[in-house]
Design a protein around this ligand. Structure first.
Ligand SMILES: NC(=O)c1ccc[n+]([C@@H]2O[C@H](COP(=O)([O-])OP(=O)(O)OC[C@H]3O[C@@H](n4cnc5c(N)ncnc54)[C@H](OP(=O)(O)O)[C@@H]3O)[C@@H](O)[C@H]2O)c1
Length: 332
C-alpha cells in the first residue's frame, strides 16, 4: 500500500509517497480503506523534528482517518465491511489502509463527507476535553480561543457556542470574516501589539500558541478562570527546525507560581491527547462524547483544503504558512 513517509526531519519535501507492507487487522482491530487522513499541526512539528512524542523518521504519522471498513479482526462486533467510519490512529494515518482499535472507531453519518469525518477526531476531542471535561465550561461564560480559524479553533468555537458561551477568537486579520461566520462573537487581531488591552475578563482560555502567550492568557482570566495549555505552535518558525527560536520560545514559557494562583483563584490546565490516550489505552470514554456531538449537530467540520498524497509537501506548507481556515486533509 502507498503511504506518505517522513523520510527525515526537514522542509516539506522530506514527505514522500512510498510503498509500505500491508497488515491484517489484529484481534479487536478494524481494517479501514482510507478515503481521507487528517493533518494536524503536530505533524508539521514532527516533520521538523520539534515533536518529541513522534516516532523517529522514516515514519508515517497521522492521528486520524475516515474511510470504509474493509475487514475486521477477531472479536469486533460493532463494525462490518462496507461501514463508513472515522477513527483515531496512533500514527500511521497518512496511508491507504490502517488498522484501528474498535474502541477508537466511530460510525460516520451519511451527511458528512469522508473529508469532514477525518477532520473530527483530534480537533473535536481536544476542544471537548479542554473546554468541557477539564475546563468545566458553563453557559453564559466567556471563552477566548486562540488560532480560532484553525482546526481545533473552529471545533472549540462550535462546542463553546453549543454550551451557551460567548466566544472571543484570535486569528490573522484576513480570517476575521470567516471567524464571525463560525460563531465567534468578537474577532481579535493578535498580530497587533497590545491587542489584549481593555478586554473584559475571561472564564476559559484555549491556548496552544505557547511561549509568552500563556502568560498573557493567564492575565486575562477572572478569578475562577481556567487556562487550558495544549500546545506551542509559536516554537515553529519557517519550514525547517529553528533551534534558536524554539529554545527562545521555550524559555519564555511562564513558570506559574502556585501561591499566586491560589490567592488569585485561577487554574492552569495542561492537556495532551496522546498522554490521555496512553493512560486509558483507548479513546473510548471520550468517543461517546464525540458521537453525541455529531448526533446533536454541534460538530460541523470545516474543510480548508484537500491534497492528494503526492501533494503532501504542499499540504504541510499550506498550514505552516498559516493559509488554512479549517482543516487540511490528505486523500490517497
Ligand atoms: N495537546 C493536544 O492534545 C493537541 C491536540 C491537537 C492540537 N494541538 C495543538 O493545537 C494547535 C492547533 O492545532 P491545529 O492542528 O488545529 O492547527 P491549525 O490551528 O489548524 O493551524 C495552525 C494555525 O495556527 C496559527 N499559528 C500560530 N502560530 C503559528 C506558527 N508559528 N506557524 C504556523 N501557524 C501558526 C495560524 O493561524 P493564524 O493565521 O490565525 O495565526 C495557523 O493557521 C497546535 O499548537 C497543536 O499542536 C494540541
Amino acid at each position: 500500500m502507498r503511504a506518505v513517509v517522513i523520510t527525515q526531519h526537514g522542509a516539506p519535501e522530506v514527505l514522500r509517497v512510498q510503498e509500505r507492507p500491508e497488515q491484517a487487522p489484529g484481534p479487536g482491530e478494524v481494517g479501514i480503506e482510507v478515503a481521507a487522513a487528517g493533518i494536524n499541526f503536530a505533524d508539521v512539528m514532527a516533520r521538523q523534528g520539534l515533536y518529541p512524542d513522534a516516532p523517529k523518521p522514516p515514519t508515517v504519522v497521522g492521528y486520524e482517518v475516515a474511510g470504509t471498513v474493509s475487514v475486521v479482526g477477531k472479536g469486533v462486533e460493532r463494525f462490518t465491511a462496507g461501514d463508513r467510519v472515522m477513527a483515531g490512529t496512533r500514527f500511521g494515518g497518512y496511508a491507504e489502509k490502517v488498522n484501528a482499535r474498535e474502541t477508537d472507531v466511530v460510525a460516520l453519518p451519511d451527511r458528512l463527507s469522508f473529508e469532514q469525518g477525518a477532520a473530527i477526531p483530534v480537533n473535536y476531542l481536544t476542544a471537548y476535553l479542554g473546554l468541557v471535561r477539564f475546563g468545566s465550561l458553563q453557559a453564559g461564560e466567556r471563552v477566548l480561543v486562540h488560532a480560532a480559524a484553525g482546526g481545533v479553533g473552529i471545533a472549540a468555537t462550535q462546542i463553546a457556542k453549543a454550551h451557551g458561551a460567548e466566544v472571543f477568537g484570535t486569528a490573522s486579520p484576513a480570517k476575521h470574516d470567516a471567524l464571525r461566520g463560525f460563531g465567534v462573537d468578537r474577532a481579535l487581531d493578535y498580530t497587533k501589539k497590545g491587542w489584549e488591552k481593555g478586554l473584559p475578563k475571561i472564564d476559559v482560555v484555549m491556548d496552544a500558541v505557547g511561549g509568552p502567550s500563556f502568560r498573557r492568557s493567564y492575565n486575562l482570566l477572572r478569578p475562577g478562570g481556567r487556562l487550558v495549555c495544549f500546545g506551542a505552535s509559536s516554537i515553529v518558525s519557517g519550514e525547517k527546525r529553528d533551534i534558536v527560536n524554539a529554545a527562545r520560545t521555550a524559555l519564555r514559557m511562564p513558570r506559574f507560581n502556585l501561591i499566586k494562583q491560589m490567592s488569585q483563584s485561577k487554574s492552569v490546565i495542561g492537556l495532551n491527547m496522546l498522554t490521555l490516550w496512553d493512560e486509558l489505552g483507548s479513546l473510548e470514554p471520550y468517543m461517546k462524547a464525540l458521537e453525541e456531538m455529531i448526533e446533536d449537530g454541534t460538530v460541523d467540520p470545516v474543510v480548508a483544503a484537500s491534497f492528494s498524497f503526492d501533494k503532501a509537501p504542499e499540504a504541510h506548507r499550506y498550514i505552516g504558512e498559516r493559509r488554512n481556515v479549517g482543516k487540511v486533509l490528505l486523500t490517497p
